[in-house]
Design a protein around this ligand. Structure first.
Ligand SMILES: *[C@@H]1O[C@H](CO)[C@@H](O)[C@H](O)[C@H]1NC(C)=O
Ligand SMILES: *[C@@H]1O[C@H](CO)[C@@H](O)[C@H](O)[C@H]1NC(C)=O
Ligand SMILES: *[C@@H]1O[C@H](CO)[C@@H](O)[C@H](O)[C@H]1NC(C)=O
Length: 250
């Protein structure tokens, strides 16, 4: 073969190759922009620290056992047969929205079985729907886990991490290393048991004498899931490492 032709073909191939690389890079860069509008999703933060109102009140709405599945196809349990066809997770959503509007709380505490693992193949989707009304309200909220939250696609650590990143959430995975270090006298750091052990301080009303003081300390502890104890199927509870942390943090 004429060496000139080979050289020419190589160049043609190189140019073609370069074109494909550029085209691929271009497509990739377009696909990397999240939600198609070049904006990167950032967690919305509540005003911190949490504070009492100037009338001296701090209202907490506690919500437990939503047992959320995946929305309108997840039917209600324990309703009358006549209600069954018209009752789903969306009723829970409606109820939560209504109660938030009616009570206008300063803080919402979700205390477990927020989602119902066996009713959803996708824990993330279920969490987003279950906490949707709280995220839309802009009211700071926190959550811990029950014994059903982890029964689908996320384990307890993943669930708490995810929940800590949701809009207006002040949930935390676990105390900081410093909190753990202080919890262990004698210098040995032991790992705290569970996921979702943290505390949240509530300060005095803005502009008041107590504006710079924490007046209320809300503690959240992971009481675990199911366990076997002496051959019986039962529930886990608060463990020694958690009590140690509680004692030095309180
Ligand atoms: C990448 O972006 C193109 C153009 O916007 C779109 O047609 C394609 O479906 C996207 N591919 C993926 C995997 O998202
Ligand atoms: C659930 O919501 C639907 C639609 O608003 C309503 O018709 C139904 O009565 C509700 N069911 C229960 C048990 O509250
Ligand atoms: C609280 O701290 C701020 C900022 O340091 C200060 O301006 C304010 O006077 C303090 N308020 C009280 C009641 O101590």
């Amino acid at each position: 073969m004429d060496p000139h032709t080979t050289h020419h073909q190589n160049r043609k191939h190189s140019l073609l190759y370069l074109f494909f690389v550029l085209a691929a890079a271009h497509l990739l860069s377009r696909n990397l922009s999240l939600h198609g509008d070049d904006t990167v999703r950032v967690k919305k933060l509540p005003d911190l620290p949490l504070r009492f109102r100037s009338d001296g009140t701090f209202k907490i709405l506690q919500v437990a056992d939503m047992h959320y599945g995946i929305g309108k196809v997840t039917r209600c349990r324990d309703v009358l047969p006549s209600e069954f066809d018209f009752c789903s997770d969306l009723n829970t959503t409606q109820f939560l929205k209504r109660i938030i509007r009616a009570e206008n709380p300063d803080f919402i505490a979700f205390t477990g079985d927020n989602i119902f693992g066996s009713s959803t193949p996708d824990a993330a989707e279920s969490l987003i729907k279950a906490f949707g009304p709280a995220m839309e309200s802009g009211i700071p909220w926190a959550a811990v886990l029950g014994n059903h939250d982890h029964e689908s696609s996320m384990n307890r650590e993943e669930l708490m991490s995810f929940m800590s990143l949701m809009d207006y959430s002040v949930s935390q995975l676990n105390p900081s290393f410093d909190g753990l270090t202080r919890a262990t006298k004698g210098g040995v750091t032991t790992k705290i048991d569970g996921f979702g052990n943290y505390n949240i301080k509530v300060y005095g009303a803005p502009g008041s004498m107590m504006a710079n003081s924490s007046l209320l300390n809300l503690f959240f502890l992971d009481s675990g899931a199911r366990a076997y104890y002496q051959g019986f199927r039962t529930y886990e509870g608060i463990r020694e490492s958690q009590l140690n942390w509680l004692q030095v943090t309180y």
